[in-house]
Design a protein around this ligand. Structure first.
Ligand SMILES: Nc1ncnc2c1ncn2[C@@H]1O[C@H](COP(=O)(O)OP(=O)(O)OP(=O)(O)O)[C@@H](O)[C@H]1O
Ligand SMILES: [Mg+2]
Length: 287
């Protein structure tokens, strides 16, 4: 039985039990009962076990956890690049079973095509999605608009080899945004950047997300980054058979200012919660 069928059956059972209407309202993005086993030479390796997560439309969710616990695997399942062994993902009422333009991915290694300029790297995604829907001029304006959002207008006709790592990362983000994805999936998007560029890009992503009300899943290793950007921090247990350990709701007002938050007791409380989870409750054996 597919996950959609399972949930439908569940809904019918609920209906029979005369539950209130809200009960049937499923999460916008619903990860339910996800387990995955990878075949290895030593036999199957269970990376994830029973991962459950409900994400509302417009929510910014961070996934944090120690290296190798399975964060990228979760993201790849939502992207439709990996298939869960059991359970699955429902996005807006539809089961995810392959990659699609409704889920843009920003990979950590900024995967730009080196023989295309920055503009053309964004254009290739825009053409694939908006061909027949936007005119040539509209597409050009849309590409330029998204490059402007990440402050890359000045270098749009340069090739990836001619720009810095941070700039490449920004082009990757512009390309993902230009796809107008329903869900933006980012795997440690700021991991390789220097502190200043990282802060600048975090602020841009917060602004863009506020403007577009995008639903975002971002993987990070950075505790401050997760508290600053998120509505919800999902803390994963160590693998193998990793799962969601705790979920922390971040109820800090937006727009958020990193300098003001540095002295905010609530911010520091959230920060301490995440640190405690990572370094006390999920301490790695070698530490
Ligand atoms: N295709 C695969 N085949 C076999 N094992 C895999 C595969 N992909 C991931 N794994 C294993 O699953 C576990 C989770 O990997 P994953 O890449 O999701 O971790 P992660 O939390 O993203 O780590 P990091 O923070 O280092 O990026 C690891 O033990 C990894 O070796
Ligand atoms: Mg990873």
């Amino acid at each position: 039985m597919s996950v959609v069928q399972m949930l439908k059956t569940e809904a019918i059972v609920d209906e029979a039990m005369d539950k209130p209407r809200e009960h049937y309202q499923r999460a916008f993005l619903d990860l339910s009962g996800i387990s995955i086993e990878f075949p290895t030479k030593k036999g199957p390796f269970k990376a994830l076990d029973n991962v459950n997560l409900k994400i509302a439309k417009g929510e910014f969710v961070s996934i944090i956890g120690h290296s190798g616990c399975g964060k990228s695997t979760v993201l790849n399942i939502v992207a439709g690049l990996y298939k869960a062994t059991t359970g699955g993902v429902i996005l807006n009422g539809k089961e995810v079973d392959e990659p699609g333009p409704d889920r843009a991915v920003v990979f950590q290694n900024h995967s730009l095509l080196p023989w295309l300029t920055c503009y053309q790297n964004v254009e290739i995604a825009v053409k694939a999605i908006f061909k027949g829907k936007k005119s040539k001029l509209e597409m050009k304006q849309w590409i330029e608009h998204n490059l402007h959002l990440v402050h890359m207008d000045h270098a749009m006709h340069k090739y990836p080899a001619e720009i810095s790592g941070g700039m490449k990362q920004r082009i990757g983000i512009a390309r993902a945004l230009a796809m107008e994805p329903t869900v933006l999936l980012m795997d440690e998007p700021f991991g390789a950047l220097d502190a200043l560029t990282r802060a600048h890009l975090q602020d841009s992503v917060m602004e863009i997300q506020a403007d577009l009300n995008s639903t975002v899943i971002m993987i990070t290793h950075d505790v401050d980054e997760s508290v600053l950007l998120s509505d919800k921090i999902v803390m994963m247990t160590n693998g193998p058979a990793a799962t969601v350990g705790e979920v922390l709701n971040i109820e800090l007002e937006r727009p958020r200012n990193r300098l003001e938050l540095a002295d905010d007791p609530q911010y520091n409380k959230y920060r301490a919660e995440v640190l405690k989870f990572l370094y006390e409750r999920q301490r790695r054996p070698q530490e």
